[in-house]
Design a protein. Sequence first.
Length: 136
Amino acid sequence: MFNRIKTEIGNAAPDGELHALIAAMPAALFIKDAQSRVLLMNPACEALWGIPFEAMRGNDGAAFFPAEQTAYFLKHDRIAFDSGEYTVYEEDLWHAGLGENRRLETHKQATYDEQGQPKMLIAMCVDITDRKRTEG
């Protein structure tokens, strides 16, 4: 799904327009490279994670999240890259600004280069904390 959308948007819009479209999306979107380093986050993702993009750019989050959460994120990045399948799962994410874990539903789709090697991970997160609390 993400691959098709990325291709269609990429063919229709120059990079500046593509970045503007991503920035305008209300969903928390992010893109990582094959080493799970953050390449792009939109403002909704910055708000959800409580971390500005400039701080996250080029790193895997180990400096911002507890070690067990970082290991979980990286494991699921590898699963998405290795399986080549669209993955959806729930995870906890420490939000330092709020001083609490938030429960997220995360969607990931890997992309590959012409040789079939992992290239990027396109992902989005939805905060489901309040819904989970209500479900009790």
